[in-house]
Write a protein that binds this ligand. Sequence first.
Ligand code: BJW
Length: 314
Amino acid sequence: MAPYNDVAAFHDFLRRITTATNSNGTPRAPRILALCGAGLSAASGLATFRGSTAALWHTRDPMQLATPEAFAADPGLVWRFYAYRRHTALAVQPNAGHYALAALARNVPTGSFLCLTQNVDGLSPRANHPPESLRRLHGSLFDLRCVGFERKGAAHCDYSLQDDFTEPLCPALATAAEGVDETATATVAARSEPLAHIPVSELPQCPKCKSLLRPGVVWFGERLDRQMLKDIDKWVAADQVDLMLVIGTSAEVHPAASYIGEAREAGAVIATINLDAESREGLQNLDPGDFAFGGSAADLLPVLLEPVIGKLES
Ligand code: BJW
């Protein structure tokens, strides 16, 4: 058996699944699932959450800010963090990894490729990834919704807004990106000075009910969009999955990470593309026939997917 990091063997496998035929000789569409994480956007200059390229924001752990509890305790602080993230995401460009996945979606029959991204940075849509093959599991930095969205009864408010790229969202958040080097992952360097408190009255407000708006992302303990999860489950259950690409994710967060096991149960060969993929830990969960490519997703994806997408224009 070829070694796990044999690019030629991966190319052969990819050609085999994309040119397969049914027993009656008709073409059989491949079934490819991808799970992407922050590592996909690292080469664009965005920090990851965990691992060696992870970063702190004003000495705070992003994981302590990405919670409903943090927002309830200090919405101004959490909004500052997201204003900074919006600003940084808009200041960088999609990389060759985003473009390669978008090209894969365009070069296989409709419905053959489903790309699940945990990233909220909007770089896959900006690389023109066809929306019908992309599921944004954890929402988007550029979606907003009323805090009343989660409430029941009279306090419920259904206001939400997609793709709002306004900068700054309100005057109080104008300084959130101050002192930021817009191109490097090191930007969120620890800065220990206290941040000025922003009162709720100065934060983005719901135009419908005047409550607070919040970022349209999924925080810990929050439910992912139910319909989206149902659709993904339906896609996975529909037939054998040939290939699961696990790209730039620590695969620590569920339910996203659970799709790796589900794809394996549906017959998929797993191909991991991650800086750490060939470390001892990275190779631990490899089954015979799986692939693991250690390196940057931006460098590896265009090469690995070449049999289907051709050479990416640079
Ligand atoms: C490179 C690279 C390069 C670097 N090239 N690679 C089952 C078991 C245990 C726990 C749970 C479970 N089910 C649910 C839970 C609880 C919880 C959870 O998973 N906890 C775990 C941490 C233990 N899950 C939840 O709470 C979820 N909700 C839920 O399950 O609700 C259930 C419910 C039901 C009914 C009612 C109510 C609720 C929600 C999870 C939401 C996650 N949200 C965040 C924040 C989003 C907003 C924001 O961005 O601020 O999503 S957390 C954060 O982690 C973010 C990411 O999308 C996510 C994943 O991180 P990711 O992308 O993998 O990044 P990193 O940094 O971890 O990894 C980067 C990788 O890239 C590394 O491996 C590097 O090596 C690599 N890399 N450079 C390639 N150039």
